[in-house]
Design a protein around this ligand. Structure first.
Ligand code: THU
Length: 128
């Protein structure tokens, strides 16, 4: 199964009763394996979880700590981009040149790098 197909499947699981804005994310680990996540909202709004965060958690649970490719899928006409917090969460496991595919239901709309999304990022290498 490819990233987009898995993302489309994950989008069906999105729990977004408050925003009505379902999102899916898929990360490819260093092994090549794919891990999917969807957004999971909460009645206490700030406790909601982004799709990227869920996909990262699935990857770590699967025993991997390196991301080599990312896809984010939303519905509608606007280009979906990861929120600031998720850019930093991705940065923990991905490099500045890691491709991030910004997708709509019809496919990839634009591909950027994580470095473009989060320039001059603070990463784990900077800690002693
Ligand atoms: N959301 C994501 O899951 N990922 C993104 O890249 C952008 C936003 C979610 C959070 C919230 O559940 C909904 O979209 C509206 O902000």
């Amino acid at each position: 199964m490819d990233m987009l197909e898995l993302a489309r499947q994950a989008l069906q699981s999105a729990y977004a009763p408050y925003s009505h804005f379902p999102v899916a994310a898929v990360v490819r680990g260093g092994s090549g394996r794919l891990y999917a996540g969807c957004n999971v909202e909460n009645a206490a709004y700030p406790l909601g979880c982004c799709a990227e965060t869920a996909a990262i958690a699935a990857m770590v649970m699967g025993g991997e700590t390196r991301i080599i490719e990312v896809a984010v899928l939303g519905q509608g006409g606007q280009l979906i981009t990861p929120c600031g917090g998720c850019r930093q969460r991705l940065r923990e496991f991905a490099a500045p040149d890691t491709p991030v595919h910004l997708c709509g239901p019809e496919g990839i709309r634009r591909t950027v790098t994580l470095g473009e999304l989060l320039p001059l990022a603070f990463g784990p290498e900077q800690l002693p």
